[in-house]
Design a protein around this ligand. Structure first.
Ligand SMILES: Cc1cc2nc3c(=O)[nH]c(=O)nc-3n(C[C@H](O)[C@H](O)[C@H](O)COP(=O)(O)OP(=O)(O)OC[C@H]3O[C@@H](n4cnc5c(N)ncnc54)[C@H](O)[C@@H]3O)c2cc1C
Length: 499
């Protein structure tokens, strides 16, 4: 044991919703010997970092909230500020701050076979030791900024949507936004009304679908937070999204309804493009030539009207290079800019080298980052054979393409806490390592199921695929009901018991 290393029974890495859930879960079971290590200067994950204009959730907060922590949200789809308020409410309610160390960026985890303990090295050089690791360092936590020739020569300001520089006013400025996914679709309408000129450097076509948002009255907020009513409301939203799953997964008995849903969305998008996009070439470009769901769907009513404004231009020719004064496009236009915004997403499991923010060395020197570059696999998306007592919430193939990620995260954290309690109950066990054949069977079953989803069968590129076009590595092929129930019970017999 390193002399200067601090020991905790459990180390939680990250303080987004899954880190908070893990802390609450441990506390509820009276496992209070834990610490949360957070690289940021404050607690909170996604909604602390993504404060770009217009940032908001695209699943109703009735479902995008923790099932046992009600909150009187003011809107159906909350903005980032309210989600951050909710995060802080949870932190205070469960007294999590005193268990947290901020400005603590994990650099390396190494498992010691002789001690059955994890050694944690921080970027600062500090050391920790733990019996259990709960890695909640996030999947959409590491912003992706494409390398564009000339970027360093730009004399204006440039930043990623996940690292918005609020010290730089954009009112009356000439702004270029690179990308046209969810973040861009949210930022464009807000910025368009304030900037002098906005140029959107648009990538591939996206399925833009309508969404109905509204504010809740005081009375509605009170009534829908009464326990029974809250659960009924949650169940209704849950069921609505669960039914939508049929559009993405090919069940033989839902093919007709799935085709019909897709037909309706295609008709609506075509109509909206006719209404808002005058330029025929752009209109054609914006109509996806791949199946609904192949890439992340964008629910918004504000994006297309914003693109039709006089002060908004859309470039589809592509970026040739960034110049000191702006961007030169492939069709030879020089676009002068004061600010460049990268709305270019994150390294999910599409690029393993960059997706994980630290190195993980398991039993007998195994190297998770290297192994996952070849094939990102684990058991139930949580624990990987060869990495005892290391639980990664939101591991490979645990993302949702149709519902609230918080439902999945609760299921994964509950499973993890059950596993930790089971290990602690039997005093002879030091650690557990999932049996490799159990993991193999699970992975094979999941890969077969993935073939039945639009995410895998679609021909387009997406951030949830390996190297953007390969196997689906981020999304789960399971419905939420299936996902929750297949992680409801922890079975010690799936594991090798290290004594
Ligand atoms: C812009 C945006 C919009 C989204 N909208 C939706 C939505 O509408 N619906 C939905 O279901 N999901 C949405 N998501 C997905 C969202 O990420 C999840 O819903 C959820 O918030 C993830 O929580 P988490 O705790 O797993 O990870 P995160 O919230 O990403 O937290 C990870 C934490 O780990 C910390 N960390 C990372 N590396 C280290 C390290 N080396 N050392 C220490 N700390 C580290 C990070 O700083 C961060 O605080 C969205 C994501 C983004 C980025």
């Amino acid at each position: 044991m390193k002399k200067d290393a601090q020991y905790f029974e459990t180390i939680i890495i990250g303080t987004g919703f899954s880190g908070l859930l893990a802390a609450i879960g441990l506390k509820k079971k009276n496992n209070n010997d834990f610490v949360l290590l957070e690289r940021g200067s404050d607690i909170g994950g996604t909604w602390r970092d993504n404060s770009y204009p217009g940032a908001e959730v695209d699943i109703p907060t009735g479902l995008y909230s923790i099932s046992f922590i009600p909150y009187k949200f003011k809107k159906k789809y909350s903005p980032q500020s309210e989600l951050l308020e909710y995060t802080n409410y949870i932190i205070d309610k469960f007294d999590i701050r005193r268990f947290t160390k901020t400005n603590q960026s994990v650099a390396k985890l190494t498992y010691s076979d002789s001690e059955c303990l994890w050694h944690v090295v921080m970027e600062s050089g500090e050391n920790y030791i733990a019996r259990f690791i709960i890695d909640t360092s996030g999947v959409l936590a590491n912003p992706k900024t494409p390398e564009i020739e000339g970027a360093e020569s730009f004399q204006g300001t440039k930043f990623h949507t996940a690292k918005w520089d609020h010290s730089v006013p954009y009112d009356g400025k000439r702004v270029g936004i690179i990308g046209s996914g969810c973040s861009a679709a949210q930022a464009v309408p807000v910025m368009a009304s304030k900037v002098d000129k906005l140029t959107v450097f648009m990538g591939k076509a996206q399925w833009v679908i309508p969404r109905s948002d509204r504010s809740y009255s005081k009375a509605e907020r009170f009534i829908t937070n009464l326990p029974v009513i809250r659960h009924i409301k949650r169940l209704m939203i849950f069921s609505y999204h669960e039914v939508r799953f049929a559009a993405f997964r090919r069940y033989p008995f839902t093919l007709t309804i799935s085709k019909f849903i897709k037909y309706l969305y295609a008709r609506t998008l075509r109509k909206n493009l006719e209404k808002y996009i005058v330029d025929e070439k752009l209109r054609k470009h914006m109509m996806p030539d791949y199946e609904l769901g192949g890439r992340r769907v964008i629910p918004t009513n504000k994006y297309l009207p914003a693109l039709s404004r006089d002060n908004v231009d859309v470039d589809i020719s592509g970026i040739e290079r960034i110049t000191p004064t702006g961007i030169r496009t492939k069709d030879g236009k020089e676009i002068p800019l004061d600010i460049i915004v990268y709305a270019t997403g994150f390294y999910a499991y599409s690029n393993m080298k960059k997706a994980l923010s630290f190195q993980v060395y398991g039993s007998r020197g195994r190297h998770l980052n290297k192994e996952w570059e070849t094939e990102a696999v684990s058991y139930k998306g949580i624990i990987t054979s060869g990495y005892p007592n290391y639980f990664k919430v939101n591991g490979p193939n645990t993302g949702t393409g149709h519902s609230s990620q918080l439902c999945y995260m609760e299921a994964m954290v509950n499973y993890t806490i059950k596993a930790i309690c089971a290990v602690k109950r039997d005093k002879s066990i030091k650690a557990i390592d999932v049996k490799s054949h159990v993991q193999k069977e699970y992975v094979a079953k999941m890969k077969n199921t993935l073939k039945l989803t639009v995410w895998q069968s679609s021909k387009c590129s997406a951030f949830y695929r390996k190297n953007m076009t390969g196997e689906v590595t981020s999304l789960s092929p399971e419905s939420v009901v299936n996902f929750i129930f297949s992680r409801k019970w922890f079975r010690l017999k799936d594991y090798n018991l290290l004594k």
